[in-house]
Write a protein that binds this ligand. Structure first.
Ligand SMILES: Cc1ncc(COP(=O)(O)O)c(C=O)c1O
Length: 362
């Protein structure tokens, strides 16, 4: 079997640290002397208990979360959170505020409307094809929460300073930049993230909820759609996605022990994205699609002169061992996702390829 691996710029599921994959491989048939694979062990076992508790502890430590926050693992991806958030956290007679910065925010808004909530879109960047992060907006002080998407995976934009909503709790979809940088979690009532970008394999969303928000959860909701069910049972009300949680724990270990935490991760991520943005800005051949002050350090979106050239770019890159550079099907163009596990070496290889491609076709 070939162990040749490519440089992976996929948007999600995405690159995982090689050390983590090797560790999974090493202990896959016999987890810690149990004689069983982690995929064969009870979720009620001592071994799995250690894994889930360790993952929660590491998330809390990495994000400097106080005891007023719970960390939950919920299936259904980030998309289920689009509806669980308004179901659980809205308050009768009060609006819910949303900022629309792209495809995923739009989907979150749609789900809140399906729930019949009084949804106010207080800002949107739709006027310029979501190429920027809105700077002016007014949050209704009576709003039950303000929802925003910290990083717009498809449009390549990112909030560099989170919105100030006063006493209104922030609710954030951090699917594509969680654990990429440190931030102050105190203004947040809830943070959610599909795991399959910076955290681990697909199959689970990490939900970080401030405990006072649990008081809002309506009693009459179906059991599996209530945050309280997950909080009361340490995410073990039913069988959780054990394998995904196990890999998340290993990724968190890598982040803490190999990288050295989020401050260092942020520096590395800044260095990586600068390599590509500097190259794009200096080229005249590639055109970044996000406004410079709103650019994402995770997903770099760019266009070439024609769709034909873009296709050639993606396919020639793959031949050179650089995968996943096609833009999202809804927007076209090219996209390089530089999540935590994408190494500087991979980014330098991409930069070299882009220069060479420009030399040949520019
Ligand atoms: C910002 C953001 N939110 C939500 C989603 C949807 O996540 P899931 O597939 O886990 O439902 C994605 C997926 O790419 C995303 O990038």
């Amino acid at each position: 079997m070939s162990t040749h691996r490519i440089y992976n710029f996929n948007p999600g599921p995405a690159a995982l640290p090689l050390e983590v994959l090797e560790r999974v491989q090493d202990e896959f048939l016999n987890y810690k002397g149990t004689g069983m694979s982690i995929t064969e062990i009870s979720h009620r076992s001592k071994e799995f208990d250690e894994i889930i508790n360790d993952a929660v502890l590491r998330i809390k430590r990495l994000l400097s979360l106080g005891d007023d926050f719970d960390v939950l693992f919920i299936q259904g991806g980030a998309s289920l959170q689009f509806c669980m958030v308004p179901m659980n956290l809205s308050i009768e007679g009060r609006p819910v505020d949303y900022i629309n910065t792209g495809t995923w925010s739009t989907k979150a808004i749609k789900e809140a409307k399906i729930q019949g909530r009084d949804v106010r879109i207080i800002a949107s960047s739709e006027d310029k094809n979501f190429s920027y992060i809105p700077k002016t907006f007014t949050v209704d002080p009576d709003a039950a929460y303000l929802h925003f998407t910290s990083n717009n995976t498809i449009k390549g934009t990112q909030w560099h300073h989170f919105p100030d909503a006063g006493n209104v709790p922030l609710v954030c979809d951090m699917s594509s930049d969680i654990m990429s940088r440190p931030f102050d979690a105190r203004p947040f009532g809830l943070i959610y993230a599909g795991a399959q970008k910076n955290l681990g394999p697909a199959g689970v969303a990490v939900v970080i909820i401030r405990r006072d928000m649990l008081e809002r959860v309506p009693e009459e909701l179906p059991t599996m759609l209530k945050y309280t069910t997950f909080s009361e049972k340490n995410s073990l009300f039913n069988t959780p996605p054990c394998f995904a949680i196990y890999v998340i724990d290993l990724v968190l270990q890598w982040l803490e022990e190999k990288i050295g935490g989020l401050k260092r991760m942020e520096e590395i991520n800044a260095q990586k994205s600068k390599i590509i943005y500097d190259m794009i800005d200096g080229s005249g051949f590639y055109r970044g699609t996000a406004e410079p002050d709103s650019r994402s350090i995770m997903n770099i979106t760019f266009r070439l002169q024609s769709e034909e050239l873009e296709q050639k770019f993606v396919s020639e890159a793959l031949k050179e061992g650089l995968g996943g550079l096609k833009g999202h099907r809804s927007v076209g163009g090219c996209r390089a996702s530089l999540y935590n596990a994408v190494s500087i070496e991979a980014v330098e290889a991409l930069c070299q390829f882009m220069k060479e491609f420009e030399r040949r076709y520019g």
